[in-house]
Design a protein around this ligand. Structure first.
Ligand code: ATP
Ligand code: MG
Ligand code: MG
Ligand code: MG
Length: 469
């Protein structure tokens, strides 16, 4: 009998609750009081202040299934969606946490017990990694799991050393990988082809062992545990597939988008269905948590996600706006676990619908321009930056949407040319600006706008056309 994704979430939380952990509901995707972070991207984020000791709670161990978005900032998996079987922009991170309560030994014991006994995963399929100098973790894995030494791999890179920032708690970590079998391309962790879908990282155990100040590490008096397991990845394992997009939840979403577009769920249309179903989740949950499409910041990340999905709806031949019609299926699948989604359903539908109407006004003309520009180009060539800028400015194509459209054909973009065109337009806007005559405040205003657009491509503050031309 197949275990549903909803059952697996429940089973994880029940297991840890049974082991004395306080169940904590997911926090919203927009971090509370944390301007350094675009979206919550890990289960530990809502507990940051508990780990540092700034805040105390009436429990010392906890468990949660945290909504995460990795589509901007330090963790950005947007470009993986549609290309790997294991990455989403929105996913749930299951976790158990110890705030100065248990440490490495119990963390490994609990993890091993849940996956091999409770869920019955075959240990022969499992590999663990440890930080190269963490002999303690290595020995504990040997003792607790009985895994042979060659399947406890020492990794010397930052992948296995976690830190919150330059100061504060940090420590080695241990990742658990599941081997989906040699019919899937990819090598074991630490090997040159580790990036394939064969050995999939299902669970990451972080051992917060040190406190870092001015580059010095001292042992924390009460070390802590933070773990994160991708719900969709473990669902794939327990449902006997290597592919996250083949779990019950995604099957249902993809069946719906196939039905509504009159296309097959697999074959040529598969990649588009994956992008659509993934982006439907991130867009809907972001809107439900109060993010609205905008030309800057979080709202621009949302807009990029929505428009990418909308290009794929167009590829599938959707004659009318599609995304909002998929929301009822999403609510049917996930509304039970996330009542905020049910409450926000009308807003989510309206926001998606409105954006798609707006973008469809310029989408097909933009795609025609793009097709014309790339006809005759051969693999490895780059699209002129000016053309990418025109698509952005006149047709409302986020840069990464154009990049994604070209990637399928092996083409790139002249990024420098794009930046030059953008800078020229800004200079022109600045020159044309008569404003209040208060030169000082105007300069400040433009500088702020540029700083926001400059460091990371999350959109430009003032002058991105949204297709309303
Ligand atoms: P990967 O190396 O596969 O990108 P990660 O090391 O970046 O994963 P962590 O930051 O350790 O991931 O997050 C904890 C867990 O969350 C991972 O072990 C994985 O199961 C899951 N996870 C991470 N990123 C994603 C994603 N984009 N989509 C789905 N699940 C994810
Ligand atoms: Mg990653
Ligand atoms: Mg990893
Ligand atoms: Mg990891």
């Amino acid at each position: 009998r197949m275990t549903s994704t909803n059952d697996i979430r429940r089973s994880f939380l029940d297991f840890f609750e049974g082991e004395g952990h306080a169940p904590v509901p997911s926090s919203p995707l927009v971090p509370h009081n944390d301007p350094t972070l675009m979206f919550v991207n890990a289960g530990m984020v809502p507990f940051k202040n508990v780990f540092t000791g700034l805040e105390t709670r009436d429990y010392s161990t906890a468990t949660s299934s945290q909504k995460c978005v990795r589509a901007g900032g330090k963790h950005n998996d947007l470009d993986n969606v549609g290309y790997t079987a294991r990455h989403h922009t929105f996913f749930e991170m299951l976790g158990n946490f110890s705030f100065g309560d248990y440490f490495k030994e119990r963390a490994i014991e609990l993890a091993w017990q849940l996956i091999t006994r409770e869920w019955g995963i075959n240990p022969d399929r499992l590999t663990a990694t440890v930080y190269h100098d963490d002999d303690q973790a290595f020995d504990l894995w040997r003792k607790i799991s009985g895994l042979p030494e060659n399947r406890i791999i020492r990794i010397p890179t930052a992948d296995n050393f976690w830190s919150m920032g330059d100061t504060g708690p940090c420590g080695p970590c241990s990742e658990i990988f599941y081997d989906h079998g040699d019919h899937i391309p990819g090598g074991p962790p630490g090997s040159p082809d580790e990036d394939g879908d064969r050995f999939v990282e299902i669970w990451n155990l972080v051992f917060m062992q040190f406190d870092q100040r001015d580059g010095e590490k001292t042992e924390l008096p009460r070390p802590s545990i933070d773990t994160g397991m991708g719900l969709e990845r473990i669902a794939a394992v327990l449902q006997g597939t290597h592919d996250n997009y083949e779990i019950d939840l995604f099957k249902a979403l993809i069946a719906e988008s196939a039905e509504l577009t009159g296309t097959a769920p697999d074959g040529e249309a598969a990649a588009s269905h994956r992008v659509i179903s993934d982006h439907l989740r991130s867009a809907s949950f972001l809107i439900a948590d109060g993010v609205l499409p905008a030309n800057e910041g979080r709202g621009y990340v949302l807009r990029r996600i929505m428009r990418r999905a909308m290009r794929h709806a167009h590829i599938l031949g959707a004659k009318d706006p599609l995304m909002h019609r998929l929301v009822p299926e999403l609510v049917a699948e996930m509304g039970g676990a996330f009542p905020e989604l049910v409450r926000a359903q009308p807003l989510v539908e309206e926001t998606l619908h409105h954006e798609e109407i707006r973008f469809r006004r310029t989408l097909s003309n933009g795609l025609k321009l793009l097709d014309g520009a790339v006809s005759g180009m051969t693999e490895g060539e780059t699209l002129a930056g000016e053309t990418a800028f025109k698509l952005y400015d006149t047709y409302g194509f986020p840069y990464d949407l154009t990049e994604d459209a070209l990637r399928a054909r092996g083409l790139g973009i002249d990024r420098e040319g794009f930046d030059v065109a953008m800078a020229e337009q800004k200079a022109a806007a600045r020159a044309a600006w008569k404003g209040s005559g208060d030169a000082a405040s105007e300069t400040v205003w433009f500088d702020i706008a540029e700083q926001h657009g400059g460091t990371e491509f999350v959109g430009y503050s003032t002058d991105e056309a949204d297709g309303q031309v």
